[in-house]
Design a binder for this molecule. Structure first.
Ligand code: GTP
Length: 217
């Protein structure tokens, strides 16, 4: 049976516990928001197919636990990502300061050429803001990343940021993608090329913990 997509990617959400990683994911994949915070245990993931520049991209998005005690598990997933969201909460200066630590972990454990975007989430909480938008922009400039302020709650910049990271991954793999497309055409393959080899397409990644939080928001 022909595949319903042209290419597969893996994206990863990183950042302190409580910054809203699960809610960003649930808003993007299911257009839902839940106000409760139930910490992710280990890793969880969701899938969504989007079309970018005429290419149907199936993205597997891994939601990682922000809590320190799960970091041995979550770091094992860095090397398999093509794109990473570094997320802080605009109402938490501490979560912003910690982006430096998340970015240095990415340098250490993620593959060279992984695409990154900086996200300042909870932009709806203007009255609690501790991190100015300019600080986010400044940090993103230092790291050479794009930057979005988002709100999973009010659905601000969710589609835009996920689409942008997908575009960046597509651009970074343009040559590889063209080669795969050509060989798929030559071989008259029924589906498109798999840029990312997803061993467990619709299932939990190997080693993922069973999480009680599949979609709370
Ligand atoms: N106001 C507001 N609250 C948000 C937003 N995004 C998430 N939250 C709330 O922040 C809390 C934490 O959200 P989660 O998505 O569970 O945070 P997380 O980063 O996945 O946390 P861990 O799984 O512990 O790493 C919840 O109470 C959410 O409802 C947002 O954009 N605006």
């Amino acid at each position: 049976m022909a595949k319903q997509y042209d290419v597969l990617f893996r994206l990863l959400l990183l950042g302190d516990s409580g910054v809203g990683k699960t809610c960003l994911l649930c808003r993007f994949t299911d257009n839902e928001f839940h106000p409760a915070h139930i910490s992710t245990i280990g890793v969880d993931f969701k899938m969504k197919t989007i079309e970018v520049d005429g290419i149907k991209v199936r993205i597997q998005i891994w939601d990682t636990a922000g809590q320190e005690r799960y970091q041995t598990i979550t770091k094992q997933y860095y090397r398999r990502a093509q794109g990473i969201f570094l997320v802080y909460d605009i109402s938490s200066e501490r979560s912003y300061q910690h982006i430096m630590k998340w970015a240095s972990d990415v340098d250490e454990y993620a593959p060279d050429g992984v695409q990154k975007i900086l996200i300042g989430n909870k932009a709806d909480e203007e009255h609690k803001r501790q991190v100015a938008k300019e600080q986010g922009l400044q940090l993103a400039r230092e790291y050479g990343m794009d930057f979005y302020e988002t709100s999973a709650c009010s659905n601000l910049n969710i589609k835009e940021s996920f689409t942008r990271l997908t575009e960046l991954v597509l651009q970074a793999h343009r040559k590889e993608l063209a080669g795969l497309r050509a060989s798929a055409a030559t071989a008259a393959a029924p589906g498109g090329p798999d840029l990312a080899h997803l061993e467990e397409d619709e299932h939990k990644p190997p080693g993922a913990e069973d999480s009680p939080k599949t979609c709370w928001c």
